[in-house]
Design a protein around this ligand. Structure first.
Ligand code: BES
Ligand code: MN
Ligand code: ZN
Length: 465
């Protein structure tokens, strides 16, 4: 779908003209007011749609009216959802071309473009019958630069969703490394198994040792022109999580190709940074591997030594993400960056606590956590802070090592956060748990089922602020 910007679309012939209606107000089209508002009493409640055939009375064949709800409640999130809703309706009627003419005063181009691209998304690479896509949409009134920025965000999300939806037989650690190495405008170094050993990443290595596919440690770097801040973003990159020897039940394993959604998010963000060009230095880090059961797997009871020298008794091989992140966090902190953010499909406990609407967030710097939460909100994502009560560390204590990799099931998301904190020095750090939000099994709001690109918009806005 191509997205264009035009000054005026009303006098140009088009298949569908999409206009808005605020509750209690008229639309900008006389014809729509005559039929929809006066005759059919279409109210324009938020998200309601009304389709009208124009019978040649205006240049457009059809008018689609989208309800914008109450004017005082309208914001960027509503714009994104309204455009997404319109696109779904246009798909239903198999439209190919549409022009959007919304009478809004503010600059809503970015959220409109993002909404269009979220709704246009389908993962139909492996289906003989492809999804219906619009060929072209045109937005009137919005600023071109705003729409362009929205397109970069939309493409980043699409890239991340495609990668997280890709089956594990294709999206392997080597594949992630290859993708990173081919990113334009990004410097990438990939460390292979021997180099990872030399770096002393004993926790990460143990997780990958049961797989026939070797681990790949990926370090990407974006360097802006004038560097205001240096930041490292880390994505959990478990290309498949079978649970290892503590193998998962079949039903829990079904979606575990998505356990590299954090990594997919980081790749999507790094790719977009080369286009957005913020004045920042950004390190993208992924400790990619598979968690598999085999004769060479790591075992419950093994004691691992992480990069910072701390020892970990393996309590459960299915708590593998935190082991890979432990070494990645040590590595990131050694870069002497100002801030570190990790994003991970880390715990089922986070899904139990927050469901599929909100991602969990924890960290060691309250101000940074609040900034990330606020930016998430503006970005159309919901992040919810979870506590890091130090009492929960009790359950991670080991009799024979510095800690165990799992504690009690209760408060599991917080215990995982406390575990990670052991590998962060004094650097400001946030941990985002996207276990519930990165991959949905049923359609939700403007998203179809499957990967959602959780975290992409928030990280991009955080870095690009
Ligand atoms: N990848 C899973 C977490 C997960 C669960 C992601 C559901 C997406 C949906 C993680 O590696 C895991 O297995 N966590 C265990 C930890 C437990 C053994 C302490 C869990 O949450 O059950
Ligand atoms: Mn696991
Ligand atoms: Zn996992």
């Amino acid at each position: 779908m191509e997205i264009k910007v035009a000054q005026n679309v009303k006098n140009t012939p088009v298949e569908v003209l999409v206009i808005n209606k605020f509750e209690g107000e008229n639309t900008s089209e006389e014809l729509a007011n005559t039929y929809a508002v006066n005759k059919d009493h279409f109210e324009g409640k938020f998200g309601q749609t009304y389709l009208l055939h124009t019978l040649g009375k205006i240049p457009a064949d059809k008018i689609l009216i989208i309800g914008f709800g109450k004017k005082e409640e309208f914001d960027h999130n509503r714009m994104r959802e309204a455009v997404a809703k319109s696109i779904k309706k246009l798909q239903q009627i198999k439209a190919k071309k549409a022009a959007f003419d919304f009478d809004v005063t503010l600059d809503y181009g970015k959220s409109a473009a993002i909404g269009a691209m979220i709704a246009d998304y389908a993962y139909d690479k492996f289906k003989s019958e492809k999804a219906h896509h619009l060929d072209e949409i045109t937005f009137a009134r919005f600023s071109e630069s705003e729409v362009k920025e929205g397109i970069v965000f939309g493409e980043a999300m699409k890239f991340t969703r495609d990668l997280a939806n890709t089956p594990a037989q294709i999206a392997t650690p080597a594949k992630l490394a290859e993708i990173a190495q081919n990113l334009e405008g990004i410097e990438t170094k990939v460390f292979d198994k021997e180099e990872i050993e030399r770096m002393g990443m004993g926790a990460y290595l143990a997780v990958g040792q049961g797989s026939v596919r070797p681990p790949k440690f990926i370090h990407m770097k974006y360097t802006g022109k004038n560097i205001k801040k240096r930041i490292a973003i880390i994505g959990k990159g478990i290309c498949f999580d079978s649970g290892g020897l503590d193998i998962k039940p079949a039903s829990s394993m079904l979606t575990m190709k998505d356990d590299m959604s954090g990594a997919a998010c980081i790749l999507g963000v790094m790719r977009a940074l080369a286009e957005l060009k913020p004045d920042m230095e950004v390190h993208g880090i992924i400790a990619a591997c598979e968690n598999m059961p085999s004769g060479s797997s790591y075992k419950p009871g093994d004691i691992l030594t992480a990069k910072n020298g701390k020892t970990i008794e393996v309590d459960n091989t299915d708590a593998e993400g935190r082991l890979t992140l432990a070494d990645a966090l040590c590595y990131a902190c050694e870069l002497n960056v100002d801030e570190v953010i990790d994003i991970a499909t880390l715990t089922g406990a986070c899904v139990v606590a927050l469901g599929t609407i909100a991602s969990g967030i924890m960290g060691n710097d309250e101000d940074m956590i609040q900034r990330v939460i606020n930016i998430a909100k503006e970005s159309g994502e919901t992040f919810w802070q979870l506590p890091m009560f130090k009492e929960y560390f009790e359950s991670l204590k080991s009799d024979i090592a510095d800690m165990k990799n799992t504690g009690s099931r209760n408060g599991g998301a917080s215990a995982a956060g406390l575990f990670l904190q052991e590998f962060v020095k004094d650097t400001k750090w946030c941990h985002i748990d996207i276990a519930g939000t990165a991959y949905i099994e049923k359609p939700q709001k403007e998203f179809i089922s499957g990967a959602t690109g959780a975290g992409v918009r928030t990280l991009l806005n955080y870095i690009n602020e």
